[in-house]
Design a protein around this ligand. Structure first.
Ligand SMILES: [Zn+2]
Length: 347
């Protein structure tokens, strides 16, 4: 749908004239025959671009029927776009380098640049941006440049299912440069389909002239047999992510039990604090009772900290922290400077 410009919009007027005014076919002159109007947003405000079009003046020449546009037109924007390349690049960068959401991009474009376009339009530009980036990444010359100085390749393949019931997206990545090589949605995970992707990976590796040192994937049958066939002799490792995922649940369950046990053992903080506070605030300063309260606060903090995951189980962190507090208390006791309540805390 064409963009509806509000009637009060103030445009900068830009005019482009074709520089080459000589007909390529007969060598005669080309004259201006028409104008093309294009209004679009730039980061510097709305632009009204007028491109002068020309053609050969000689009606007998084939060039008479060919309209020539100023070549610089496409450096500013694409046909039918309501934004220039600068806004387009800005959107792509915010989306993919900064991971902004579409509403966030829309609001910032409006607030900072007075570029008012719909969420739908932004989504369409993002899709085009993705297509362009993918095309550029897959460009053989670009790839050859990127892989200069890389000695060998590590490839991985995995199937991602965006939503249940949708076709699976198979992604082939190269891990030396952490680069997605290509991705394709496959309706089935049958061996011939997967093998086609593996053969494509083979071609790409050959084109780069680099040996494949290793394959990494999960243990799906189509991967195991396909890689053995297309990349005979290349080691194939199963990715640790899947092992970790299977281990995560039992690890966290065991960790949670350990936390409960520790909390059951380290108790009585409240009664210690009550005893100290009962002696009055002035004692807290002189008698070192403030230190006791600090220890109690530290222990409570450790017991309440639930942050962590399968690789940093919260129970392990808790055990380490309690151990540190215990040895700190032991050091105090050893120097015999402790107040009378500290031994209670170290229990
Ligand atoms: Zn001509």
């Amino acid at each position: 749908m064409r963009y509806q410009w509000p009637s009060e919009t103030q445009f900068q007027e830009w005019t482009l004239v074709p520089e080459d005014r000589q007909c390529e076919m007969c060598g005669g002159p080309r004259h201006i025959c028409d104008h093309r109007h294009h209004r679009f947003f730039t980061l510097q405000g709305p632009v009204h671009l007028v491109s002068k079009l020309c053609r050969c003046v000689n009606p007998a020449c084939g060039g008479h029927h060919v309209t020539v546009s100023p070549p610089t037109e496409l450096n500013l924007t694409m046909p039918w776009w309501s934004i220039g390349w600068d806004v387009f690049a800005w959107i792509g960068h915010r989306r993919f380098a900064r991971h902004w959401s579409v509403p966030q991009i829309r609001a910032e474009l409006c607030d900072s640049y007075h570029v008012v376009i719909s969420a739908d339009a932004i989504e369409r530009y993002i899709a085009r941006y993705q297509t362009m980036v993918a095309a550029r990444h897959q460009d053989p010359t670009q790839m050859a440049q990127a892989y200069q100085g890389v000695a060998d390749l590590i490839l991985s393949i995995d199937g991602l299912q965006p939503e249940k019931g949708h076709e699976t997206l198979y992604v082939v990545r190269e891990l030396r440069l952490r680069r997605v090589w290509f991705a394709e949605p496959l309706l089935s995970s049958a061996a011939p389909e997967v093998q086609r992707l593996l053969e494509q990976a083979r071609q790409w590796a050959d084109r780069l002239g680099l040996p494949v040192r290793l394959w990494i994937s999960d243990k799906q049958e189509a991967f195991v047999s396909g890689i053995a066939q297309v990349f005979a002799g290349v080691p194939h490792r199963y990715c640790e992510n899947h092992f970790l995922r299977d281990l995560a649940k039992p690890v966290l369950e065991a960790d949670s039990k350990a936390k409960v046990a520790m909390r059951r053992k380290v108790r009585g903080l409240r009664s210690i604090e009550r005893d100290v506070l009962a002696e009055g605030p002035e004692k807290a300063e002189t008698d070192g009772n403030g230190v006791v309260l600090d220890y109690c606060a530290a222990v409570r903090g450790v017991l309440n900290d639930d942050h962590g995951g399968p690789l940093q189980p919260p129970g392990l962190k808790m055990a380490e922290a309690l151990g540190e507090i215990q040895s700190s208390l032991q050091r105090n006791l050893a120097t015999k400077k402790g107040g009378r309540h500290r031994s209670a805390c170290s229990d």
